[in-house]
Design a protein around this ligand. Structure first.
Ligand code: ZN
Ligand code: ZN
Length: 361
């Protein structure tokens, strides 16, 4: 099968033939239908986060089941599915207390000594986050996917695989935004827009979108932002404090930078909570004022929206099909796998909401 392989950080992906194995007892072989190009892939491609090479990146996918292992009961060939990097073991403390996205047990990977899921020219090819979705097929653990309704278009379903689950989960699960509360979202890329949309679904009162690109702020209004702030023109913290007379109940950071994480904390009202969704580079430290703890301000991380994806994703599909969740507007461009490097160039320039790679089978 064809896959986009990364050999060295900061080099273009190369389309190559990669061999894929047969499903073990708890594994599923998928035909990839669509995969979103996410900013997290770019962090690994650019070497900001380390990962063993060569590797097939990609982690925001939807597809069709081709073959299932002998013990798989939840899906069958022909089922439409969304994948998730939050593969869960089902028996560790995190899983048993309902925090599936925190599971780090190795049970969902193949063991040392077993044949790897992916091979190139007879040598092991690393699988990225248990998925490796920039490929015509995927061989993954059964706890890394969930079946969805057949009437859901697969290109839009793919976005639920990361961006939308992350944004929605940050609002609903991690921060637990209540109706009427005020929300600020810093960064209006795919995840930021999904966060804004989710805040609207959760019934947030004012939803303030912050970015430096006017086109993204326009898009933010379509996704439910009641106010927009261009951080290139004004001090975002001052502007939020002024709009909300003292600060927001919830600030979400959807970029992954020190400065914006600190801003998220600074724009809170007393008792407010900042939720950092963006991936902060290793080694970076966040500085906040210690006296703000006397005002009961909180800052917390959100990993993949604290999801319980087998429950969350089918609900998000229902939200889309009933018109509440915006996915059409999130896709700025569709392209074949061959053009994947263009999608990353566009991500680096920060212009577009989301590119989706489409597979013709
Ligand atoms: Zn992602
Ligand atoms: Zn677990």
């Amino acid at each position: 099968m064809k896959a986009a392989v990364l050999h060295q950080p900061k080099t273009p992906l190369v389309i190559e033939d990669v061999a894929i194995g047969k499903p073990g007892p708890h594994e599923v072989l998928l035909r990839t239908a669509a995969v979103g190009v996410c900013h997290s892939d770019l962090h690994f491609l650019d070497g900001a986060y380390p990962f063993p090479m060569p590797v097939v990146l990609g982690h925001e996918a939807a597809g069709v089941v081709e073959q299932v292992g002998s013990e798989v009961r939840t899906v069958k060939p022909g089922d439409h599915v969304i994948t998730c990097l939050s593969a869960y073991c089902g028996h560790c403390e995190h899983c048993l207390t309902g925090h599936l996205s925190l599971c780090v047990e190795p049970d969902t990977k193949r063991r040392e000594g077993e044949e790897p899921r992916l091979l190139a020219n007879g040598a092991p090819m690393n699988q990225f986050l248990n998925l490796s979705a920039f490929a015509e097929q995927m061989l993954i653990h059964e706890h890394a996917l969930v079946a969805i309704r057949r009437d859901m278009p697969l290109d839009r379903a793919a976005l639920i695989g990361c961006a939308v689950t992350t944004g929605m989960g940050a609002v609903i699960h991690t921060a637990r935004v209540s109706p009427g509360e005020t929300v600020a979202v810093i960064g209006c890329g795919g995840i930021g827009l999904a966060t804004i949309n989710s805040a609207a679904i959760a019934g947030a009162g004012r939803i303030i979108a912050i970015d430096r690109v006017p086109g993204k702020l326009e898009l933010a209004k379509q996704f439910g932002a009641t106010d927009v702030i261009n951080a290139a023109d004004v001090d975002a913290v001052e502007a939020v404090r002024e709009l909300t007379r003292g600060g927001v109940h919830h600030a979400f950071e959807a970029i992954g930078l020190k400065q914006t994480a600190e801003q998220a904390f600074s724009m809170l009202r007393r008792g407010g909570t900042a939720t950092v969704i963006g991936m902060i580079a290793p080694g970076v430290k966040i500085e906040i004022k210690g006296t703000d703890f006397l005002a009961e301000k909180r800052i917390q991380g959100s990993m993949m929206g604290s999801n319980r994806f087998p429950v969350d994703m089918p609900r998000l599909v229902d939200f889309y099909l009933s018109g509440k969740l915006k996915l059409d507007e999130l896709i700025s461009r569709r392209m074949p796998l061959e053009n994947i490097n263009e999608a990353f160039d566009e991500l680096r320039r920060g212009e577009l909401a989301r590119s989706v790679i489409m597979f013709e089978h």
